[in-house]
Design a protein around this ligand. Structure first.
Ligand SMILES: C[S@@+](CC[C@H](N)C(=O)[O-])C[C@H]1O[C@@H](n2cnc3c(N)ncnc32)[C@H](O)[C@@H]1O
Length: 338
């Protein structure tokens, strides 16, 4: 199954920010240097690191010894005491937007031996390194084993100093080839690749962003799609509006004169998001996001409306609950629009 998490709320927000050219708070404006200089220095890493200034190194990549006694350089009476010296130095010299990657295995044998587990424990508890990811290096030809499953991978941990680290995902990710695209299509049915709205607004999707048809609502001219993890992705085919601006017509509850609309959508992770829209210039625009409205009011995530009705054009009554189901407490609220 391809990863369809592009349609969870966080990813939708990131994609919307990208589209509107709004930078995420962790965005780094990184100036790619015109030239780089390389030097091959052979020596004890500590002696080399000691001579480097603070915050000066963009990438530190380490494939250290693991105290497996395979050589003189691989034998330490206290592995982590030794490793802590270069780990501390690595932290000092790492640039605030740089990365430190440490290869290793998890072949812990006894307290004397060292491995990635020891390093993870040390960096987590004794340094200010931030853990970004564990990367798995998969290989086919590892050492064979008879008393346990032979390792066919190695782990690498990716550490940074801050959340403003440089990362260019597009330079490393690989798009599915045509054959894989076709397999996905066969396996999952036809997904939507292009939507053209009446006003010419066009949306295109590829195998990174799969969309399936769910329903068409002729009265509102809304196309409702499934974006994965039970998340709604909807389009108003008249105006070209999408997603949060359109919501899911199944949630629509209009006020008496239809000036206001309680709207919502499945935002994945078995949760619904609700918002109130006001009709401005013939189009509904979001004015209140209910999760935010209830933030200080309830001690759980506002995720379910069991029932809702408008008393008149400005008073909305809702029943919410922490978990839907017979025995769970129902909470009644009146929202008065001013
Ligand atoms: C696990 S091996 C890395 C193998 C290497 N990545 C490769 O693919 O050939 C660990 C390496 O660390 C080197 N090494 C051991 N102690 C060192 C130290 N104090 N400073 C620098 N290098 C050291 C060893 O010479 C050995 O080559």
């Amino acid at each position: 199954m391809p990863n369809k998490s592009h349609f969870n709320a966080g990813h939708i927000a990131l994609n919307t920010m990208n589209r509107d050219d709004i930078k995420h708070k962790s965005h780094v404006d990184f100036e790619v240097p015109e030239s780089t200089q390389q030097a091959l220095i052979i020596g004890d890493c500590l002696n080399v690191l000691n001579r480097l200034p603070d915050n000066s190194v963009q990438l530190i990549l380490i494939d250290p010894p693991y105290n497996l006694d395979i050589s003189t350089w691989d034998t330490y009476s206290n592995y982590i005491e030794w490793a802590s010296e270069w780990l501390d130095e690595a932290y000092r010299v790492l640039s605030p937007n740089g990365s430190c990657v440490i290869f290793g295995g998890t072949q812990f044998q006894d307290v004397k031996s060292g491995d990635l587990i020891e390093i993870i424990h040390y960096t987590r508890h004794k340094t200010k390194f931030r853990w970004v990811n564990t990367v798995v290096w998969y290989y086919k030809n590892g050492m064979s084993a008879h008393r346990y499953f032979a390792n066919r991978h190695e782990e690498a941990i990716w550490l940074t100093k801050t959340d403003k680290y440089y990362f260019d995902l597009d330079s490393v990710r690989v798009k599915y080839d045509e054959e894989t695209d076709e397999c996905i299509e066969d396996e999952l049915g036809n997904f939507i690749s292009k939507i053209v709205c009446d006003n010419g607004k066009t949306y295109s999707y590829n195998s990174y962003q799969l969309l399936w048809f769910v329903a068409y609502y002729p009265q509102q001219d809304v196309l409702l799609c499934e974006g994965g993890h039970t998340s709604d992705v909807s389009f108003n085919l008249t105006t070209g509006a999408e997603r949060e601006d359109v919501g899911n017509p199944r949630y629509y509850v209009y006020s008496s004169s239809e000036k206001y609309l309680l709207n919502g959508y499945d935002d994945g992770q078995e949760c619904s998001a609700y918002f109130i829209q006001e009709k401005i210039g013939g189009q509904y625009q979001k004015i209140i996001f209910l999760e935010r409205l209830f933030e200080d009011e309830i001690d759980f995530r506002f995720c379910w409306i069991l029932d809702a009705f408008w008393e008149n054009d400005t008073i909305l009554n809702i029943i919410t609950t922490k978990y839907p189901g017979e025995k769970h407490e129902k909470l009644y609220y009146r929202i008065v629009l001013k």
